[in-house]
Design a protein. Sequence first.
Length: 529
Amino acid sequence: MLKYPSGRHQREMSNLGLVLGALAVVLISSLWRGLVYLIWRTYAIPKRFRKQGVGGPCGKFWSGSLEEIRSMKKAGRKLILDINSHDITPRVLPHYLKWMSQYGETFLFWFGPHPTIYITDPELAKQVLSNKFGFFPKVMPIPSILALLGKGLSVTQEAEWVRHRHVVSPAFTMDKLKTMTKKMATCAQSMLERWQDQATQAEGQREIVVSSQLQELTANVISHTAFGSSYVEGKEVFQAQKELQALAAESLLNVNIPGYKYLPSKRNLHRWKLERRVRNTLMHIIQGRLDSKDSSYGNDLLGLMMESCRSDPGQERKGQILSMNEIIDECKTFFFAGQDTTSHWLTWTVFLLCSNQEWQERLREEVLRECGTGIPNADMLSKLKLVTMVLLEALRLYGPVVVMQRMAAKDMTLGNLVIPKDTRLAIPIAIIHRNKEVWGADADEFNPLRFKNGISKAAKHPNALLAFSIGPRACIGQNFAMLEAKTVIAMIVQRFSLSLSPNYIHAPADMLTLQPQYGLPIFLRPLNV
């Protein structure tokens, strides 16, 4: 006998149908409004900027100008520069050079679906980067960059950023940094002893790929000084992050499809595997600190973060606590930033010293005068003015980051321009660092003497050097990086004479950070000091 649904069951089914129908209407309506908005603004925003005298290339819906940028950057990577040429922009920013010649120094283009304004005026860049009210926040990175850096200090915003910085900043005070000098020098000494042995075996002169050697060195330094571990322990992290960096560099100019990051594609599966490797290794390092804890977790970066995570009975720590996941994210950030950017800074400095032998000799004379032939300490390093000048000039010509991005949180006035909400602002550091109106007629040349009176007087604008950024979001580790760079360069020129190998190919490449596309092979000759 057939049973018919009861009246109550029918009413429930009817109500469910109404709810699902209403949800479908809301979803379709939201998608439609979003689509209309995206289409509308591709016409409205360029129109607003044209009224202000700002033009730019016409991009395609959703993909914008990404296809054109990819094509130009692919062609740029085939260029080989003269060793004495320091204008890297044709290789790393070819799209900017083309559009600047067509539309002027300030122009609008579409980075995928995102309207983006290029600004090259150092004063406007200062206004954006120095804003303390959150009107120009950082752009949320794509998933592959988040996988590399985590949601650490370089990514977090507003109150979250303040909380993270409050925990992390004590690890980078000048007094704390001075105590790290010995560890930095010990790591450098270990590398230099290997160089000495290799040169001895080669009977006086040895060719090495110094770029890879410096990557291992900076990895060792950040492992020892910030995490109380060694390069061997952190090797899994560095190797996995190197692969994650390559994935991020490849996907940076791809069209971002909503929801794609959740699909089990070959690329995503590989990224997830690398993320697990990084997390498991970091958890092993953290567990080692937990197991060895005595009265505290230590006063290095990892120890300070773990102390913030600890909750003692009767102790009020609201607003200062980092969760374990947040600690892992900060470890990702500092493992990468402490190793990758500093290693490339050192690599480009060595390149400049190899191609400018007179400056190499001047640095050697200064180091031997102030430090003798022993391992330098913090007080000795503070007297190395020429070393500092060369390092700053290396940052100007070959800074690790080529472009910075911010976003307008609301309609903002910047100079004579009204910037609509959600418009991105791209600050091309490599262009600003070569602006002859700012740096002088020799802006494309290696001239460390421009920094003889400090950074603020090196150019016509006091904030023209943007390698570490400026303002509240400036690099928290810049003093750490400078101390490490001075230590390493001082100890290298103190012990070795350096020259370029004829196998070197001058091809700076932007792979999230600026690095020699084919490595940096050099000749070492021990000085036997």
